[in-house]
Design a protein around this ligand. Structure first.
Ligand SMILES: C[S@@+](CC[C@H](N)C(=O)[O-])C[C@H]1O[C@@H](n2cnc3c(N)ncnc32)[C@H](O)[C@@H]1O
Length: 256
């Protein structure tokens, strides 16, 4: 899935609200930053985390964000325009124009699952990592990403179509072996799952609903089916039968 135009705006709204704030808190805690460090955020989107990292490492440190989407980088540029220790690079994670062993921390949120040849990118991230650097990743267990409320058959059709939106449905499970093979140690996984029962502007549910609807249309699902699914979600919310679950996992590891 490409995070351009309307999709980049929907994605940034998710990053602005509960889902984005709570996972950034977990990532920032885990990064355990020190003044003067060099930190990179892979797939930085609208730059929320890049901004927080820049403040965390101070003027002698560096906060780098990379993303292949020009729309996302434009938003990140706007957000970070007053920070001198930020560098934003338009590229993919498999080829980053940064010297070997430059980064003290490598982080990424809901991005690695969108990269088809993930091994190539993980090798590149290892190349730019210092010895003893920390890797902090959040990826979603997409099998547990689900709306509740609509009638099951229709709901299954929309969710089944959405599976094609990313390459790796259950990346946190594969990541442990991949990192071990690359020489990482002390690999740990933390559960960041949540249940949402409302669809206000602070809730990721309303924006993910738009994302699924848009994606389903691009996969050839008929407009009336998609509208029906959305109407059923709306009705379920009114009758207090609505739910939305997501299961992000925070994976941390050290390069030895
Ligand atoms: C769901 S968004 C997450 C953005 C941000 N990390 C956040 O949590 O708000 C995924 C981002 O990964 C970027 N992306 C997709 N493929 C990528 C790749 N191969 N290398 C780096 N970033 C990529 C997309 O452009 C998009 O901005």
């Amino acid at each position: 899935m490409k995070f351009d135009n309307e999709l980049s705006i929907i994605q940034q709204k998710i990053a602005n609200g509960y889902a984005g704030v709570s996972r950034r808190l977990a990532v920032m805690n885990s990064l355990d930053l020190e003044i003067g460090q060099n930190v990179i955020d892979i797939g930085c989107g609208g730059g929320h985390l890049v901004q927080e990292i820049a403040l965390g490492v101070g003027v002698n440190g560096k906060s780098i964000g990379i993303d292949p989407s020009k729309d996302q980088l434009e938003a990140a540029n706007n957000r970070c325009k007053n920070l001198n220790n930020v560098e934003l690079i338009c590229c993919t994670a498999d080829k980053i124009n940064i010297e070997n062993s430059f980064c003290d921390r490598i982080t990424s949120t809901q991005t690695l699952e969108y990269i088809e040849d993930i091994d190539l990118s993980l090798n590149e991230l290892r190349r730019i990592s210092k010895k003893k650097s920390k890797f902090v990743n959040v990826s979603i267990l997409w099998d547990y990403f689900r709306f509740y409320g609509p009638e099951k058959k229709l709901n299954d059709i929309i969710h089944e179509a959405f599976r094609a939106h990313c390459f790796h449905q259950m990346l946190p499970l594969d990541l442990v072996g991949k990192l071990t093979n690359l020489g990482y140690q002390n690999i740990q996984s933390e559960n960041l799952s949540y249940l949402i029962t409302n669809r206000d502007e602070n809730s990721p549910a309303i924006f993910y609903e738009k994302m699924l609807a848009k994606f389903a249309a691009s996969m050839g699902i008929k407009e009336d089916k998609i509208k029906d699914w959305q109407a059923q979600i709306s009705k379920a919310e009114k009758t207090k039968k609505f739910g939305f679950t997501s299961f992000p996992v925070l994976t941390t590891a050290y390069l030895i």
